[in-house]
Every structure is written in C-alpha cells, then in structure tokens.
Write a protein that binds this ligand. Structure first.
Ligand code: ATP
Ligand code: MG
Length: 203
C-alpha cells in the first residue's frame, strides 16, 4: 500500500467512526422545541451573531421580534436594514445610549422598564418564532430590571419560541435557564490597536 493509499484508508476509517458518532447524537436528540440562547463574553460577535439568526429565521418566513436595550442613540446597519427592508419585524430600541454617556440612573431605569414592556408581550406571543433581546444582560447587571421577572418570562415563553439574549456578563441564574450559552472570547480587537469602529462591520 502506498503512503497516499494508507492515508486515505486511515481517513476513511476515522470518518466512518465520526459519522457513527454524529448519527447517534442526531438520533438521541428527539426533543423538538424553541431554544433559549445566551451569547456573552468580552469578544466581538454577540449582536452580529444574533442578527445572523434573525436572517436565518426570516429566510424561512418566521415571525421575529427584536428589542435592543441601551442602543438606539447611534444608528446601526441592522437598524437601517430592519426598518427599510423588514417591516414585518417588530423592532424596539431603548434609545438611551451607553450608561457612561447618559449618566442618569433613574432616567435609564425608566427607559429600561418602558423597553421591557415591549419584550414581555413578545415572550407571551406564540405566533413569534424568534425573540432577540440584544444587550439585555446589562439591564440585569445594573439592576435596572428585575432578574427574577426576566428569568420567569423566558422560562414560561411559548414552547416553540426561541429567544436570544446578548451582552457581557449575564448572571448565573440567567445562564442556568438557557439551553445554549456561548462565550465569545476577546483574543484581540482592532479598536485596541487604534482602528476606528467601522460602518457595516461594527455598527
Ligand atoms: P458586534 O455588535 O460587533 O457583534 P458585540 O455585540 O459582541 O459586537 P458589544 O459589547 O455589544 O459587542 O459591543 C459592540 C461594539 O463594540 C461593536 O462595535 C464591537 O466591534 C465593539 N467591541 C466588541 N468587543 C470589543 C472589544 N473586545 N474591544 C473593543 N471593542 C469591542
Ligand atoms: Mg452587542
């Protein structure tokens, strides 16, 4: 047997084994329901991943609701796109901007509560397939919204509804109730090398 044939045979054997494992896992996953996903960590990619899922859902004609906490002060590509091209998507923003800019705790809390009042009915509406709660973790971390109420609303949402929460942190109570928790790790970021945040990439 030549070296190439030996490598090919080894590859085939490894792939057969992998296929058996993958098939067994697929077979074992027999629960069909919406999933709760938390995208957290200090690296770049949380909100953009959530909007990737919005695109997937829209591709299948699913009904999507999007709430952006903190955001709205500064325009973003995702806001422009949803408003111009996806009128069917219910979209709300808190609109205050960053807490270090507003420097107004009670104003921020009132805005957070107004915004959460849009999220709650979405989490009770079984016609909505995907709810995105962008930057929600900060509302819990700053104690702007009650964690218990958020956890309760996510846990008791309709069976077939998926929910995506983004933001750094996200306490252990929130992590406990989510089905998928991914941490985006900051290995390096262009901004820290002095490169400006970029339209269409960062916002
Ligand atoms: P994106 O919206 O690009 O997916 P994100 O949601 O993971 O990013 P946020 O913490 O919400 O990250 O921050 C949003 C903005 O901050 C984006 O412009 C992003 O590029 C930038 N950013 C994210 N991570 C870092 C980092 N580690 N250092 C500097 N800037 C960052
Ligand atoms: Mg984000």
């Amino acid at each position: 047997m030549s070296e190439a044939e030996r490598k090919n045979a080894k590859h085939k054997a490894a792939m057969e084994k992998q296929k058996a494992n993958v098939d067994a896992s697929i077979e074992a996953a027999d629960e069909d329901r919406g999933v709760a996903i938390l995208l957290t960590g200090n690296g770049k990619g949380k909100t953009s991943s959530a909007f990737g899922m919005i695109m997937r859902a829209l591709g299948y004609g699913h009904k999507v609701g999007v709430i952006q906490f903190i955001k709205g002060e500064q325009l973003s590509g995702e806001e422009l796109y949803l408003r111009d091209h996806c009128p069917q998507v219910e979209f709300h923003q808190m609109g205050t901007g960053f807490t270090w800019d507003t420097q107004d705790r009670s104003g921020d809390i009132a805005a957070a509560q107004r915004t959460w009042a849009y999220a709650l009915p979405m989490l009770r509406d079984s016609s909505i397939d995907l709810v995105v709660l962008d930057e929600l973790t900060y509302m819990i971390a700053f104690d702007y919204l009650p964690e218990e109420e958020i956890v309760e609303a996510i846990v008791s949402r309709p069976k077939n509804q998926s929910v995506v929460v983004t933001g750094r942190g996200g306490g252990s109570k929130l992590q406990d109730i989510m089905d998928t928790v991914s941490e985006v790790k900051d290995i390096k970021h262009a901004f820290n090398a002095g490169i400006k945040a970029r339209r269409g990439v960062d916002y």
